[in-house]
Design a protein around this ligand. Structure first.
Ligand code: MOS
Length: 733
């Protein structure tokens, strides 16, 4: 059995190459951008949860010092829509008519010479509403329900018959509160037109989608729109769609023929860029006496906004989680007068895993089988939905290595069996199977006459390490020191890259870079093919190795020359090659695998006081090759803390009018250091066979499985099965 990830697949723990720029304040975030003549926008948002605007009077605002314009639905032209993307259609554009569909909907944008003038004038915009009764509450019978509207329901075998004959059944309902992702950097747009050309500095995970969208909305060629985001202060899916605030800022800039800047406030972040929706799930599992799953039935219900199509795929990963002949999943959405939910780290999978892995634990407990053993008995040797062999799957190793580091074998399986003073001690675990996702990607790699390399691609770095791993990959493939690789990203004029999302970017870049560097080496060998002065004359790519700043015959470092030598002899300032990754899993013999993980949690519960301490979490992850063990680990520990927040604290609270009552960092609770358990992360597995350099995704899986591992540990400690997140003091005492 492969144990931990082989050393050669576990990349150096290089510090972030963009770190010094960031900590010295020299990295320009979109909200830092300024330019001559820049004016400032501020938003007015609806104070009712549903209805129509009956009067909107901007006279006082327009007369206020410094105010240049006020955009409302009354003076905004009908604009075409942007294109749909892999996460669905564009968000509903609120200035199309007089309707209000949620509290906090944008109803006016004020633009003034200074930010203070703009903010002051927002208070002078008078809006009257014919308020309706907002439809709120996931169980509201008045709400419209979408049933399999997105065609992702799944059925294999006969679930009902299998449940009827099962020896043990777990049948329960799980609820999770809505949550809001809060990247530190507030989302910002700076838009500047020169004639019909538009430059936008934008907080986004997806510059190419912003470019496509603004080109479609303003009916200009895509080549006339440039989107820049060299740095951004975090994003967990909020930057995967192009919000109305971006379109409005670009519209204001065009209307005024001045550069306009908008920075969303913290409160506006809660209503403008999505959140994790509230969910209710019912999971029914059946197993035989030997602990073999005979049926999985999973129904997920999530909330969605009015006239929105970006939905939560709650049951997405259920069908491939276990070898089970009878599986059915159903996803439904309930339309409410809420700001549209969106993608928040591992959307759907996070919630679905909590319900499924809690139910698995329940069933194992009923059958008196160790929960780890129960999962191994139902391990999916091949991808259950297709029957194809996985391109890689080290879930077994995740279980084994994680259990060993955690000390799982020492656990007394009886509930309420372990005490430490006034605390009941519990150990729980969860397994994670995650979806594969990758999108086409292009890069160029150049060798310059000074012996440095330059990489260009329109990807972004959320702060998670894209600059760093791109540097490492290119340096490794071209045999250069890290300091001699320059990475240019965050610009839609560069070769098209997909979103940093869906845990797909790193692997997409890895594949494209591997292609580009191979092309570059081939071009170099073509240059010297008939060159008598080169020791590499007439050689093929398979015969040479890149290293020490040049190329040499494999096995003979003395028979080679530096990139500089080759370029200068041929009078070239630089040599550039393109590379692309076009992952297409259709028709392949393998099932391209996403990452896998096992999580183990230890909790201490004081039942008298309802106190819960999560003491430690061990995570074993199979993400294929990990380019940088430090940024890779950081992804997992950051996401694990997010999972702890989800489990113990986070909830976006809507009041009876649909207003978010805790839209501040003071009132929306997230873990601080004192709430954070000891975190242990270990990478296991091997090179993925579907990917040219063996990588899989890593960005999202770290949040998945935390909630179930903690809830299962609480059950072990106390005998209570808690199925509602966040787990609060009331549930424990
Ligand atoms: Mo992530 S929700 O794919 O940014």
């Amino acid at each position: 059995m492969t144990a931990v990830l082989a050393e050669e697949l576990l990349g150096d723990p290089v510090d972030r190459v963009d770190g010094p720029l960031k900590v010295t304040g020299h990295a320009p975030y979109p909200s830092d951008v300024t330019m001559p003549g820049l004016v400032h926008a501020a938003l007015v948002q609806s104070t009712v949860g549903a209805g129509t605007i009956t009067r909107i009077d901007t006279a006082a605002a327009l007369a206020s010092p410094g105010v240049l314009t006020v955009l409302t639905h009354e003076n905004t032209p009908a604009l075409p829509e942007g294109p749909p993307s892999v996460v669905g259609p564009p968000p509903r554009f609120p200035f199309r008519d007089d309707r209000v569909v949620h509290h906090g909907q944008h109803v006016a944008m004020v633009v003034a010479r200074t930010l203070e003038q703009a903010l002051a004038a927002t208070r002078l915009v008078e809006v009257d509403y014919a308020a309706g009764v907002p439809v709120l509450g996931i169980d509201n019978p008045q709400a419209q329900v979408l049933d399999n509207a997105y065609g992702m329901d799944l059925r294999r075998g006969d679930v009902d018959a299998a449940l009827a004959s099962a020896d043990a059944v777990s049948d329960a309902v799980y609820t999770i509160a809505p949550e809001t992702h809060n990247p530190l950097g507030p989302f910002s747009t700076v838009a500047c037109w020169s004639g019909n050309r538009l430059v936008v500095h934008e907080t986004t995970q997806w510059p190419m989608l912003v470019r496509q969208t603004l080109a479609a909305v303003f009916e200009v060629p895509e080549s006339d729109v440039r989107v820049l985001v060299p740095y951004l202060g975090g994003a967990f899916g909020a930057g995967l769609r192009v919000g109305p605030h971006t379109v409005l800022t670009a519209l204001a800039a065009r209307t005024l023929n001045l550069p306009v800047k908008l920075v969303l406030t913290r409160q506006q972040m809660f209503t403008s860029v999505g959140h994790r929706p509230e969910t209710v799930q019912r999971v029914r599992l059946g197993a035989d006496r030997d602990g073999r799953l005979v049926a999985i039935d999973h129904e997920g219900t999530s909330t969605i906004g009015i006239e929105e199509g970006n939905f939560e795929p709650v049951t997405l990963t259920t069908g491939n989680a276990y070898a089970c002949p009878n599986v059915a999943t159903r996803d439904r959405q309930v339309r409410l007068n809420i700001p549209n939910p969106g993608n928040m780290r591992a959307p759907g999978s996070t919630e679905g895993n909590f319900a499924l892995e809690s139910a698995i634990d329940d069933l194992a407990h009923q059958l008196r089988i160790d929960p780890l053993d129960f999962r191994l008995r139902n391990y999916a040797d091949v991808q259950p939905q297709t029957g194809k062999p996985w391109s890689s799957n080290a879930l077994r190793e995740c279980y084994a290595v994680g259990a060993e580091r955690f000390g799982w074998a020492d656990r007394d399986p009886e509930v309420r069996s372990t005490r430490d003073g006034r605390f009941l001690v519990g150990y729980g675990m969860a397994g994670v199977t995650f979806e594969w996702y990758q999108a086409p990607c292009q890069v160029t790699v150049s060798i310059c006459q000074d012996g440095t390399a330059r990489v260009r691609t329109a990807a972004t770095d959320l702060g998670t390490g894209t600059y760093t791993i791109v540097t490492q990959l290119v340096a490794g493939l071209l045999g250069l020191h890290l300091a001699r690789v320059r990475v240019e990203i965050g610009d839609s004029d560069l070769p098209p890259a997909p979103q940093s999302g869906g845990s797909g970017l790193a692997a997409a870049l890895g594949a494209a870079i591997s292609d580009a560097t191979a092309n570059l080496l081939r071009n170099l060998l073509n240059l010297v093919h008939d060159d008598d002065r080169s020791p590499l004359r007439g050689r093929q790519p398979a015969e040479v190795t890149a290293g020490s700043g040049g190329v040499h015959l494999t096995g003979d470092p003395s028979a080679g020359e530096s990139y500089q030598q080759i370029l200068s002899r041929h009078g070239l300032a630089e040599l550039t090659a393109s590379g692309r990754s076009t992952p297409n899993p259709e028709g392949t013999a393998l099932a391209p695998a996403g990452p896998f993980a096992a999580r183990f949690a230890e909790v201490r519960v004081d039942e008298e006081l309802g106190l819960l301490h999560v003491v430690r979490i061990v995570t074993a992850v199979d993400a294929g090759r990990v380019v940088n063990r430090k940024t890779g680990r950081s992804q997992v520990i950051g996401a694990t803390v997010m999972g702890v927040g989800m489990t113990l604290m986070e909830q976006t609270l809507f009041d009876h009018a649909g207003r978010i009552a805790n839209a501040t960092f003071g009132e929306y609770l997230i873990p601080v250091h004192a709430d954070t358990p000891e975190l242990d992360v270990v990478f296991v597995g091997e090179r993925d066979r579907f990917h040219p350099v063996g990588m899989k995704g890593l960005g999202e899986i770290g949040v998945v499985g935390v909630a179930a591992a903690i809830a299962n540990a609480i059950h072990h400690a106390t005998g209570r099965r808690l199925r509602s997140l966040p787990i609060t003091i009331e549930q424990l005492s």
